[in-house]
Every structure is written in structure tokens, then in C-alpha cells.
Design a protein around this ligand. Structure first.
Ligand code: CP
Length: 295
């Protein structure tokens, strides 16, 4: 997210809105996208695939390495170099922080980061921004709580950085060892963005425009016992939402485990499945911009 400014973000949001409303129809025909998912994914993988096909392009996919030559010891660099001989752009998710940047410096075709370890998930942040703008009518001066695993969950790192130019007020609620990384907090301090780290979310509920809930990232814990201690730290129920503002929306990048009960799904505040749908429009916009498509 540090590579794009407010102007780029607004341009992508406008592009996504024009694609969603059918005002423009960018053309990706004749182009091939490689979807390289070294880590599991449902939404990012299939929404990118959907976006490519809706733009008239084609794709090929990898889900895990079990049926690839990575199993024979091929390096990431060699895999990427080979894929770049076939495809016009790469969408890549990898467990190693910085893997997408490494890929972008290795091949001479565009690379989109679809999540790198615990670091960043910028296309998720962009679809979150689109969802916030759609539901609030603005991105400026909103009060936003991020709750759950703020250290290992990469989506909140990207979203916090994306929101900086729009002057939000943040509340961060997490178990003690899963707090927002210091480098993000330092960036917020440097840019004079107000934030508060809290434990109890009940008192702040009436102030919020957005609550962004995240899953405790079980797969990134070295010791399962440590996960068991924090896995139920925050569970959003209808009772917790009893005194929120009319414009309040509940977002979650998904997948969810138990951090939002299914009873919440039918409430007008629940927006996480529409949020996932917004991912297709935003990913169409990102591909359009990156591939300089005509429309
Ligand atoms: N939000 C998100 O990244 O979901 P997936 O892991 O299913 O792609």
C-alpha cells in the first residue's frame, strides 16, 4: 500500500465503481493471467479468476505445490521465470513475507500480491476501501475498530496503511501478543493518525462507523496451546451490536471461524459477503490499471 497514494486509491475506486455499474467494459481478451497460490485461498483465488474471465481474459491456476516441480526442488525464482514465459501477468500468494516483491523484481511481467505471509494483502485492502466507501458514502474521518489477530493477520496491515490519507480514528482490540505491529503504529504516529489500543470493545461500539473483525491465524502459531488460549478472545454477537450507529457496518475479510456468530449474518450491519463480492469489481479494476486495458 506504501507504493500507492490517495490519488491512485481514488482512481481505483472510481474504476471499480464504473465496472460494477457497467459504465465501462475493459478488454483483457488475448491476455493470460497466472494464479499462483502457494498458500490456501477461496476468495482471493476465485475472485481474481472471476475478474479475469469477466474482463474477457484467460487464466491458469496453481493451488499448492503438490503437483508442481517445486516438489522436485525447483526454486521460487526458477518457477517464476518459467511462468513468466507463458503468462502476461502473475497473481501470487506465498507464505514468505516479501515474496511478491521478490517476484516483481525477478520477472519482467506485472505481479500482483495476493498475500505474503503475515505482511500485506493489498488487493484485500482495496476491496475493503471500496466496501467502506460504498457503505459510508465517504472514506474521510471515519471511526474504525480493527479487532482480533492484528499481528499475524495481514489484511489489517494493508487496510490501516490504505486509510492513512483519509484521516481515520482507529481503535485496535486484540489479545496482548497479537497487537498491531510497531512499524504500523510508528507510521500512524508519524502521519498524526489517532489510534487507541483497547481490550474491551463494548464501550466504543456507539462511536463506530466500521468494525473490521479478523480471524485468529491458527496456522501461523508455532505452539497450538498458545492459539487455544486466545482463539475465543473476541466473538461478535447480536448483543454486542445492540447500540451501534445506523450507518455501522461489520466487515471481515473471511474466512471466519467463530469470531462472528451466524446469528449476526441476518442483521443489517453484516456486510462481509457483499464485501467478498466487491472483490471481483476491485480486482477487475486493479487488472485494468496494471495491464493498461482499453475501455
Ligand atoms: N480474504 C481472503 O484473503 O480470503 P482467502 O484466504 O479465502 O483468499
Amino acid at each position: 500500500m506504501r507504493d500507492v497514494g490517495k490519488k491512485d486509491i481514488l482512481e481505483l475506486l472510481e474504476l471499480a465503481e464504473k465496472i460494477e455499474t457497467g459504465k465501462i467494459k475493459p478488454d483483457l481478451s488475448g491476455k493470460l493471467g497466472a494464479l499462483l497460490f502457494f498458500e490456501p485461498s477461496t476468495r482471493t483465488h476465485f475472485s481474481f479468476d472471476t475478474a479475469i474471465k469477466k474482463l474477457g481474459g484467460q487464466s491458469f491456476s496453481m493451488s499448492g505445490t503438490s503437483s508442481t516441480s517445486v516438489k522436485k526442488g525447483e526454486t521460487l525464482a526458477d518457477t517464476l521465470m518459467t511462468i513468466s514465459q507463458y503468462a502476461d501477468f502473475i497473481v501470487m500468494r506465498h507464505k514468505v513475507e516479501g515474496a511478491a516483491r521478490f517476484a516483481s523484481e525477478t520477472v519482467d511481467i506485472p505481479v500482483i500480491n495476493a498475500g505474503d505471509g503475515t505482511n500485506q494483502h493489498p488487493t484485500q485492502a482495496m476491496l475493503d476501501m471500496y466496501s467502506i466507501k460504498k457503505t459510508q458514502g465517504t472514506l474521510e474521518n471515519l471511526t474504525i475498530a480493527m479487532i482480533g489477530d492484528l499481528r499475524l493477520g495481514r489484511t489489517v496491515h494493508s487496510l490501516a496503511e490504505a486509510l492513512i490519507p483519509f484521516k481515520p480514528k482507529f481503535y485496535f482490540a486484540s489479545p496482548k501478543h497479537l497487537q498491531m505491529p510497531q512499524y504500523i503504529k510508528d507510521e500512524l504516529l508519524e502521519k498524526n493518525i489517532e489510534f487507541e489500543e483497547i481490550e474491551d470493545i463494548k464501550p466504543i461500539m456507539p462511536q463506530l462507523d466500521i468494525m473490521y473483525v479478523t480471524r485468529i491465524q491458527k496456522e501461523r502459531f508455532a505452539v497450538l496451546e498458545d492459539y487455544e488460549k486466545v482463539k475465543d478472545a473476541y466473538i461478535v454477537t447480536p448483543e454486542i451490536l445492540s447500540n451501534v450507529k445506523d450507518n455501522f457496518k461489520l466487515l471481515h475479510p473471511l474466512p471466519r471461524v467463530n469470531e462472528i456468530t451466524v446469528e449476526v449474518d441476518d442483521m443489517p450491519y453484516a456486510y462481509y459477503f457483499q464485501q467478498a463480492k466487491n472483490g471481483v469489481f476491485m480486482r477487475q479494476a486493479i487488472i485494468t490499471k496494471l495491464m493498461n486495458l482499453k475501455y
